[in-house]
Design a protein around this ligand. Structure first.
Ligand SMILES: [Fe+2]
Length: 131
């Protein structure tokens, strides 16, 4: 269970909920044997697509609201998308379920909670106060 706060913009809360549910589904698949690599590939694609779309929407809203720390938040999004792409590539190459599980549980889980608590929380409050 990931423990993260609600932020001041509803679309962000909805997207965060969807992110958590995609991650849960991936971990659910990883807990099953034999490993359904096809289903994992599809869901990982969904997670990447969802994340790209969500980040782009946040970035559009930050630009529209002239959010001063935009470059910092955008830089963090770019870093995460790159590391997600690298992880999906290495999964496709190695089919290492333990590595994929560790990444989802630890790296993605920790990153998500930290990101929502800090950048997303502040960004949403700023944008909501101006709209
Ligand atoms: Fe964000």
């Amino acid at each position: 269970m990931l423990d993260y706060p609600q932020v001041a913009l509803e679309f962000m809360n909805r997207d965060h909920q969807e992110f958590v549910s995609l991650r849960d589904k991936l971990l659910g698949l990883l807990a099953r044997a034999p490993t359904d690599t096809d289903a994992l590939d599809v869901l990982l694609g969904d997670l990447q697509e969802h994340t790209r779309h969500h980040f782009a929407e946040e970035e559009g809203r930050m630009l529209a609201a002239q959010f001063p720390p935009y470059p910092m938040h955008k830089g963090e999004h770019d870093r995460v998308l790159a590391s997600m792409a690298a992880q999906v590539e290495s999964w496709a190459r190695e089919r290492d379920t333990a590595a994929l599980k560790h990444w989802l549980e630890k790296e993605i889980g920790d990153w998500f909670v930290n990101h929502v608590n800090t950048m997303d929380f502040i960004t949403a409050a700023f944008i909501a106060s101006r709209s």
